[in-house]
Design a protein around this ligand. Sequence first.
Ligand code: SF4
Length: 890
Amino acid sequence: MLRVVVDGRELSVPPGLSILQAAAGQGIEIPTLCADARLAPSGACRLCVVDVEGEARPVAACTTPIRDGMVIETHSPTLEAHRRSLLRMLARPYPRDVVSRAPDEPFHRLLLAYGLADEPTGSAEPGKVDDPHPTIRVDLGRCISCWRCVRICDEVQGQFTWRVAGRGPTTRLMPDSVTTLAESSCVACGACVDTCPTGALEDRSVLAVGAPTRWTRTTCPYCGVGCELLVGTHDGRIAAVTPALDAPVNRGHLCVKGRAGHGFVAAPDRVTTPLVRERGSWTSVSWDSVINFVAGRLQDILERHGPGAVGVLGSARATNEDNYVLQKLARTVLGTNNVDCCARVCHAPSAVGLKHLFGTGAATSSFEDIEAARTILVWGTNTTENHPVVGARIKQAALRGTHLVVVDPRRIELAQYADVFLQPRPGTNVLLLNAMAYTVLDEGLLDEVFVATRVDGREEFQAFIQPFAPEAVSAACGVNAESIREAARLYATAKPAISFHGLGLTEHHQGTEGVMALANLALLTGNLGRPGAGVNPLRGQNNVQGAAHMGCEPAHLPGYAPLSDARTRVSAVWGSEIPEQPGLDAMEMLDAAEAGELKALWVVGWDLLLTQPNAQATRQALANLDVLVVQDLFLNETAREFGSVFLPAASAFEKDGTFMNSERRIQRVRKTLEAPGDAKPDWEIVARVAQALGRDDLFAYPDAEAIWEEIRRVWAPGAGITYERLEAPGGLQWPCPDTQHPGTRILHEQSFPGIGPVATLERVDPQPAVEVPSVEFPFVLVTGRGLYQFNAGTMTRRAATGEFHPGDRLAISERDAQRLDFAEAQPIRVRSRYGQALLPVEITDRVPAGIVFATFSDPRVSINQVTGTHRDPYTHTPEYKVTAVNLEAT
Ligand code: SF4
């Protein structure tokens, strides 16, 4: 610690801080306008200057490092007079009435504190207002040229949208479009709004709803990054969402979905009473009546057809507590292991592949390891759109010089920052990964020490890998051999190297084996069990890892414990038998429904009709059910077409609980608003049905925390995680086996759970793509998500985010568009062996010739009418990424 004197007080402060930071840590506030903890100090505003004994002139506190023995004066009369005159200069041309309207803006607080609130004499200038952006209002009349917006756009988001134009008195802020923010490269993350000290940049939602009067800390309900949010409410409505500055995941940053995607909560078509469909029409009913109805129908089917005729699907958007209660109901009340969640259709291959090689089916490291890595390998994830806050961290790392290898059939944004960009043919992941493994062995790049001590099967693997020289597979992958070698060299030698993968690796007929082949690469190169290394699936939905981990899995109990191992133990805690036979997974449930064997399905927070592949088959399956219970916020497409009963659920903003993010982090979800009408938390609805079926004893939970306490008893690696401990920023990462345990940032430092210190390389034979382009179907359709719409769009279509992305488009290369004579936005028909969809084209250089790409968030398009039937044999995860299609002008 350093010993310093500040304003006459002797203080001990840690080294490595600026004077500003050290003083702030001791509760001494030095005025500033250009400083923001998320940004490198600029020393531009000169407001923070302080006197340091021995210095001839005052120094900027933000840029001057604190040193041992310093004697500092922060608020002398001379310094205060200097600050007052600086503020006066800024205040004079400032609009007159703004300070009193928004006294909490940092600049306004300073004017008030220095008695300068009446100083502004300017007036609002309509010409300086830039209005058309869907989420941000710009009023350059309130800009004081601190350039925090420019710096945060560069230094945190890496978008470089805001520019400083002109010189001297004509200096001004402008977006890179040179016109409006709406026409610029802005991705609406809102970081500029967040840092602006005057309100020159403002959230439209605040203007519409009013300034927040209450703030609640919670976790984002969108992707698996798990950003911590501060939700500001006004009169029972969400007025603003800002990032928690001390959150280790997002470190004071959000993406457009987290910041502006909350409008769905107050959407006019929110369902607020239970509904039962009678003779084709929905009728509102009371909770008592609907609970008795659901219980009665389930009981009837159980009696007539047995427990195997009933299935339950949990929700990746619901909390751990909701999912835990749901799977417990399936097992103890309905007597079936027919319980699953939508991890089935995304990252089940990651869980199975990683568990098979490493003993734990989850990310091995943390987002913190991005900054510790020397090389980042990004495989099949459009990170800046689908996990934008992680994408921004990767971008910043690359800008600082971290090596980046990007593998994706599309030229995604990160490709422009990559040292090596590989653009393989869809469906050739295993081949390409084997070629990288070959290179590591061929060029002697493997980590001899790690392999000798932690890896088994080297010789067999060496023999197996011989046919996969980059030169031999290059043509099949569509990637040149030297680039494959270059990627392997970086990953193996510029260490530590970390990988992040997405659905581009898992949603394939060889998805699980693709994950295993990636894990092989980490083992060969020793990129595991240390900071800056590891293999990390980026989970799509906020709690998809948690839903499966809580037991919404047909062959696993809570903690992803195999049914066969954990059945007796968990039965003892529950005081109720658990059926022995593994159940059907989601894909098998729909197959069984189509075959007339599954009679009742209860689906929570998952629009099957829009998201399952081969929509015709899904439609047939749902039509065959005797009872379809849909529990959601909205009458989604599944409910609208096939639902028998609709149970209105509370959103993540309206209940308590926890989510589990991609890096095994449990974080609190806190109630921010009252649920509208009669909507209830998912767990409460499930518990009421269980009680109606006679199991009050097992489901008498007073609140979400009581459920969590039970989860701790059945899940040993989570036993140390309590709600009280989760009050700390960032919550806790499992394993966390006892209440003294700090949580685990990095897995496999010494050994592999259930395996021992040594993991075995898996020899993965590449299988040919199941759908290859032909004369009849000459294109490959890849489906995926985008920045502004989330998944099926159930929430984002009903929020400001929807304004950025009004509907799905078919991305096509310029070459193909020219050849087929397609014009931008022209509606075309996409046809496959399974079905067809109609959507407008978007001509882009992001997809290569022969490949087309579409999102699946638009019910008017329903692109899953086109995707096919192929599945990964280990997990039944569908092949969403390779469907041979034909394109026709309509
Ligand atoms: Fe939410 Fe993900 Fe965006 Fe973070 S990155 S704000 S968790 S959607």
